[in-house]
Design a protein around this ligand. Structure first.
Ligand SMILES: [Zn+2]
Length: 352
């Protein structure tokens, strides 16, 4: 039979894991599918759901034909036993209404209520919660009740970046399945398949910076981000002579220019940190290859030069965490470039 799973790249171990559980009749009621953004966790979760509904899937297996009535209805988002919730466009929180129903219908609609009903057309009801870490406390508590006493036919798939981002009470009631970044060649292939890039060599270059994530690769196709990357590359070519406050201002102004609000500014700042790390990693590769065009090699030698670069990379990670925890971007950048320049001035001694 044809398989809807053909569209999935990577994650074959995870598929085998679910196949084993199903064939042994040991499928749990709730799973956390955890891993970085943009690697296909939702595609996987939907295929798993579809396999449970597919009329042609042999018993004890995990597959979906993509052609039967159930598959076609599922793919058209009209299958009655499937529920999917996530962040509404532009929101940072999954509304409680999606989980437990609107205020005037609390407990009489929403994901938990629907899971409590018997399946209409299949053996199970399957619910996917995207960005599950974005449930607020009320939503999480409502879900917790369902997880504590799951209806016999319910399968709940919580998708998030890391199981640690969920409440421990929720986490402990789910099986955790980890997902890993895609290979560069898978990302490149997806970019070409989805016609996001025409030339395979361009797809390869973007994939190399994507950290195995199609989402990151797509963002990188944005011309503003490419410009930011060029600015970083240019400034870092003169890294040793960097005037920290000038560079910080230049880059912060560029971030402001390409961001329409603080949320976007934060996201773009994370890109900036990736580009900075990329520029330092390029230096590191030259250093390790004994390339004398790299000034650090002449000045410090391979070992000490590498120590210094590792310390600089660590400092960039600190800045990324500060922005992640909502510190003002300009302040973080001022401190970062000031510190990077100081470390460069002191040399490898600053790495100890
Ligand atoms: Zn089917």
């Amino acid at each position: 039979m044809a398989s809807a799973w053909a569209k999935l790249r990577g994650h074959q171990e995870q598929r085998a894991l679910f196949a084993r559980s199903i064939s042994h009749g040991r499928l749990s009621h709730a799973y956390v599918l955890a891993g970085p953004d943009g690697i296909g966790k939702r595609v996987f979760a939907r295929l798993l759901a579809q396999s449970i509904f597919c009329r042609e899937c042999p018993a004890g297996q995990i597959d979906a034909c993509g052609e039967c009535r159930a598959c076609r209805s599922f793919e058209a988002n009209t299958w009655p036993d499937y529920i999917e919730v996530g962040l509404p466009e532009g929101k940072t929180e999954i509304p409680i209404a999606a989980i437990a129903g609107a205020a005037d219908k609390r407990g009489r609609e929403g994901l938990c209520f629907e899971l409590s009903m018997a399946p209409q057309a299949s053996s199970r009801r399957v619910a996917i919660i995207n960005d599950a870490h974005r449930m607020n406390a009320d939503g999480a508590n409502a879900l917790l009740k369902t997880l504590e006493e799951p209806p016999a036919s319910a399968l709940i798939l919580l998708i998030c970046d890391s199981a640690d981002s969920l409440l421990p009470t929720i986490r402990s009631r789910c099986q955790n399945v980890r997902f890993f970044p895609l290979t560069e060649s898978d990302v490149a292939q997806i970019l070409v398949d989805q016609q996001l890039i025409d030339k395979p060599e361009d797809a390869k270059a973007v994939a190399a910076m994507s950290e195995g994530s199609v989402t990151l690769a797509q963002q990188l196709l944005n011309s503003d981000l490419r410009k930011l990357r060029d600015v970083v590359g240019r400034e870092f070519a003169l890294f040793e002579a960097m005037k920290p406050l000038d560079v910080s201002k230049l880059i912060a102004d560029e971030l402001d220019r390409i961001s329409s609000g603080t949320e976007e500014q934060r996201q773009n700042a994370q890109w900036l940190f990736r580009f900075l790390a990329e520029a330092l990693n390029l230096k590191l590769r030259k250093l390790m290859a004994g390339d004398f065009s790299e000034p650090l090699l002449q000045r410090y030698g391979v070992r000490s030069g590498a120590d210094l670069l590792a310390a600089l990379l660590d400092r960039i990670l600190v800045a990324a965490q500060q922005v992640e925890s909502n510190s003002p971007v300009r302040l973080v950048l001022d401190a970062l470039f000031d510190e990077l320049a100081r470390m460069m001035r002191l040399g490898p001694v600053s790495a100890r």
